[in-house]
Ligand binder design. Structure first.
Ligand SMILES: NC(=O)C1=CN([C@@H]2O[C@H](COP(=O)(O)OP(=O)(O)OC[C@H]3O[C@@H](n4cnc5c(N)ncnc54)[C@H](O)[C@@H]3O)[C@@H](O)[C@H]2O)C=CC1
Ligand SMILES: N[C@@H](CCC(=O)N[C@@H](CSC=O)C(=O)NCC(=O)O)C(=O)O
Length: 387
């Protein structure tokens, strides 16, 4: 079949909308029509060329919501018409990692996914005969995409398709980092470094966890009003202080934080986030993605004296068995998605989404493949980006 897709031909080059060829779905695969997709910093990270698994030309995109169009032989868990969220971390109940009960990092298709192909080692996308790589096993910047059955989460059809894409990455990652990875207890003190969509979700996660103090840190103070509206008790701009931000935070909290979260991807800030933790028990969770060769460092003494450094992928959320329940939390009002959506646009404007994110002028831009169906601005938050 033919499908409109935004091709990333090479790093640091604007995406180009083309009609590409899409094959499949083969056995165990699902054809999904993407209704909306949103731009996460990880897409920008890969397009920057810093991603060691960045293969070009490819179709980027991993935060989305869509409708099942067709299923390949042997697919039983979803059917045409089902509303699904693509998963860049699949969930295969037969995977030893999943069976361990210790992680969400399913490894069943990780090798082929990292090689930009489907589990059988081939790509479903091509353009004028030239292979296009898949991305994160999702490639949601294409109107139609093919995914393995284990890489789709079936969700409630009541979830608004104009907004639900944010549940494909930022919100489960941020809330999950607090809830599942750090396991923040009521009354804790929390600091979140980086107030993009992921950091904002961590703030919402800290509120849901009953944290007593929630400090948002960002070098862009325009992020502070939203952070406060979501529950931050304090906002700090490191550029307003001569001392290192970790010293500022230790002074603010009389010894350091119970929990910190880095949602930027800056290895120097990752160090600051660890060193802002309270001696004896403070725990730092790394969410941010950094490039190949970028390494974290601290004095071992920081760890010897009780601080913990850990990381999280997709907030430790198991996509097929747990993400649908998080969508139900959203639908019953436990948390809101609207505040994350700052811009809406048609597929053809996708490069504007990258520009806005790069300039720090957006939280999430939602890209609509069928604006007649979903781009009804009277019902949507944010700004409509026109041609
Ligand atoms: N581990 C995982 O599963 C996931 C990781 N990520 C990663 O999380 C990070 C955040 O993603 P988004 O929220 O989409 O990014 P974003 O670009 O929207 O937000 C990053 C924020 O950090 C701020 N910032 C930049 N440098 C800073 C500094 N030195 N000090 C304080 N603040 C600073 C920016 O002003 C911005 O508000 C990225 O690295 C992304 O790749 C995203 C989703 C899932
Ligand atoms: N290809 C990248 C991988 C970067 C990374 O850590 N990705 C996260 C999700 S970020 C989503 O926005 C992740 O889930 N990692 C788990 C995994 O198995 O990759 C690189 O190599 O740096």
């Amino acid at each position: 079949m033919k499908t409109r897709a935004a091709i990333a031909w090479e790093p640091n080059r604007p995406l180009e909308i083309e009609e590409v060829d899409l094959e499949g779905p083969k056995a165990g695969e699902v054809l999904v029509r993407i209704v909306t997709t949103s731009l996460c910093h990880t897409d920008l990270f890969t397009l920057s060329g810093r991603d060691p698994e960045g293969l070009f030309p490819c179709i980027l995109g991993h935060e989305a919501v869509g409708i099942v169009e067709d299923v390949g032989r042997g697919v039983t868990s979803v059917a045409p018409g089902d509303h699904v969220i693509p998963l860049y971390i699949p969930e295969d109940p037969n995977c030893d990692y999943i069976k361990s009960g210790k992680t969400n990092l399913c490894q069943t298709i990780r090798k082929t996914q990292g090689a930009g192909v489907m589990p059988d080692g081939t790509s479903r996308f091509s353009y004028k005969g030239r292979k296009l790589f898949h991305y994160m096993g999702t490639s949601t910047f294409s109107e139609y995409t093919v995914l393995p059955e284990i890489s789709v989460a079936k969700i409630n059809k009541e979830a608004p398709l104009a907004k639900a894409s944010i549940m494909g990455c930022a919100i489960p990652t941020g809330i999950g980092a607090v809830r599942n990875t750090a396991k923040v207890e009521p009354g804790s003190s929390v600091a979140v470094f980086g107030l993009g969509a992921v950091g904002m979700a961590a703030i919402q996660g800290a509120v849901l966890a009953g944290a007593s103090r929630i400090i948002g840190i960002d070098t862009n103070p325009t992020k502070f009003p939203l952070a406060r509206s979501l529950g931050a008790t304090d906002c700090v701009n490191p550029r307003d202080h001569a001392q290192p931000i970790q010293d500022v935070l230790i002074e603010m909290t009389n010894g350091g934080l119970d929990y910190t979260f880095e949602a930027i991807g800056n290895v120097n800030v990752m160090r600051a986030a660890l060193e802002a933790c309270h001696k004896g028990w403070g725990e730092c969770t790394i969410i941010g993605v950094a490039g190949d060769g970028e390494e974290i460092a601290t004095r071992p003494f920081q760890l010897v004296t009780g601080r913990v450094w850990r990381g999280t992928a997709f907030g430790g959320v198991r996509g097929r068995s747990q993400l649908p329940d998080m969508v139900e939390e959203w639908l019953r009002g436990d948390f809101d998605v609207d505040p994350y959506i700052t811009h809406h646009m048609e597929h053809e404007q996708i490069n504007t989404a990258f520009d806005l994110l790069h300039k720090g002028e957006s939280i999430r831009s939602v890209i609509h493949f069928d604006p007649r169906q979903t781009l009804k601005m009277e019902q949507l938050p944010g700004t409509l980006v026109t041609r």
